[in-house]
Design a protein around this ligand. Structure first.
Ligand code: HEC
Length: 448
């Protein structure tokens, strides 16, 4: 089986503040935010997936404003919301409008958002997850969450300016001002009685499952619409209850991590109740639109640079696992500052994981030259790379494993790659027992 693997980069125009070590530390460190378990994934009314607080692995404080299209008090302030959201953006905060309460149909919200020309992400809290996490008592009510998920401000829109100023410094602010006119919300204490797919379930499936369970996704079946989801309903109840899906190895009680995938207890109970009551469809008018997924074969869109494995490597049908380094010589065309990268295995069925290195000392190519096959095998990083060696002339860039997200560094942070350096892929292969499918399947990859 011939298997070229390729990695892609997007360069940044932002100034790069830190080098390789900082980026690696950022990837590995535990992010302890979210006493409330925020970091939760949602979809907005036009089908974008959002991870609140940890949006695309960029930690930014979030302004979450609870709204409802049937409340007059919301009508009065809705003209101001675009202004507030722009101000939030200028201050380095992200602004979300969350429609909550009974009768929150996507269609109504969508019409309301277009009438008011909302320019910020609008979320319909169909499964009531955000509402139950933050517990607003009225609409409109604002929560400003710090970059660790803690509530820094809770109150009306009338004192939000002071709240945002404090949040910039990650400080809490409590307002003495009388809050705006408002509409009370019912308490969200009891389980949702008769859950239906369109109103309560579709959003959580789209936000947490469809990135893999879709056409061309890595999962074996799709969960993109009602019929597909209903067909797997009993299995979905099982895998969510056991926390097998969405896949996430860390114990939910062990702190919070970058790119975490977890359903809340409320969401898991909701799925159980939906399945137990016959996996009802409900009213399609309350449906959210299909999730927007990148149509590019690369998940962050077309890359600026693609580096391919220099030559294919044959994997036998059976035998022990193989660890091998491959060197793309002179792969870095000029000095670059890297903001994001993604990886595509030539044949996902045999690639267990891959690590990437930039080798500006060009030692790895000498090791490859001594081996008659493509690349070379050594234990660990033996020979061309060491963090501890003061004469080290190579650096680790990151890693990929199945189901992993593309790496995107926080704003202003990236990796400098020196022009002319070699690029090294270390790949762990696991032969599957399958016969060699031939080279054509392996080269079915976009290359610039
Ligand atoms: C990161 C990718 C990813 C996400 C996110 C994900 N899945 Fe999966 N899912 C997979 C893969 C891959 C398999 C196949 C696993 C296997 O064959 O061993 C799978 C298998 C399943 C199965 C079959 C289990 C079995 O025993 O065969 C169900 C049911 C399922 N997923 C439901 C879900 C639901 C529901 C969600 C969201 C709450 C979800 N998945 C999120 C990748 C994902």
């Amino acid at each position: 089986m011939t298997i070229p693997n390729i990695v892609r980069f997007r360069t940044t125009t932002n100034p790069v503040k830190h080098g390789i070590m900082v980026c690696l530390i950022l990837l590995q460190c535990q992010i302890t935010f979210a006493q409330q378990g925020i970091g939760t994934r949602v979809v907005d009314i036009v089908g974008n997936r959002i991870q609140i607080v940890m949006d695309g692995s960029v930690l930014k404080p979030a302004v979450i404003t609870f709204l409802n299209a049937e409340c007059d008090a919301v009508d009065e302030v809705s003209k101001k919301l675009n202004q507030i959201s722009k101000k939030a953006e200028r201050q380095g905060l992200v602004f979300y409008g969350v429609f909550t309460g009974p009768k929150t149909a996507w269609k109504t919200v969508s019409e309301y958002a277009s009438q008011n020309r909302f320019s910020f992400p609008v979320i319909v809290d169909g499964d009531e997850n955000l509402t139950r996490l933050l517990k607003p008592k009225t609409v409109p009510e604002v929560f400003i969450l710090g970059k660790h998920g803690q509530t820094l401000y809770q109150g009306g829109l009338n004192d939000i300016d002071n709240g945002m100023v404090a949040a910039q410094r990650n400080k809490a602010f409590s307002s003495n001002k009388e809050t705006d006119e408002k509409c009370p919300l019912p308490p969200f204490d009891n389980p949702i009685e008769t859950p239906a797919y369109h109103q309560h379930i579709a959003g959580l499936i789209q936000a947490n499952c469809v990135e893999c369970h879709r056409q061309n996704g890595i999962a074996p079946f799709h969960l993109e619409d009602y019929v597909q989801t209903r067909n797997f309903a009993p299995m979905i109840a099982y895998v969510t209850k056991e926390r097998i899906m969405p896949p996430w190895k860390a114990d939910p009680g062990s702190g919070h991590y970058l790119n975490e995938r977890l359903l809340s207890d409320h969401q898991i109970e909701l799925v159980q109740s939906w399945v137990k009551q016959g996996a009802r469809e409900g009213n399609p008018n309350t449906a959210i639109p299909p999730l927007k997924v990148s149509t590019s074969e690369w998940r962050l869109g077309p890359p600026d640079i693609i580096i391919s494995m220099p030559e294919p490597f044959d994997i036998p049908a059976s035998g022990p696992d193989i660890y091998r380094y491959f060197v793309a010589e002179d792969a870095i065309p000029k000095d670059l500052e890297i903001a994001t990268f993604d990886f595509k295995p030539g044949d996902p069925s045999v690639v267990h994981h891959s690590n990437f290195f930039v080798d500006y000392g060009k030692k790895a190519r000498k090791m490859a030259a001594k081996d008659p096959k493509p690349g070379f095998s050594v234990f660990g990083t033996g020979g061309f790379f060491s963090y501890w060696d003061k004469d080290n002339t190579a650096g680790g860039l990151g890693a990929w494993a199945p189901g992993g997200n593309p790496i995107r560094y926080p704003d202003g942070i990236g990796i400098k790659l020196p022009g002319g350096a070699d690029f090294v892929f270390e790949v762990h292969y696991h032969p599957t027992g399958e016969k060699n499918p031939g080279p054509e399947s392996a080269w079915n990859l976009p290359c610039q």
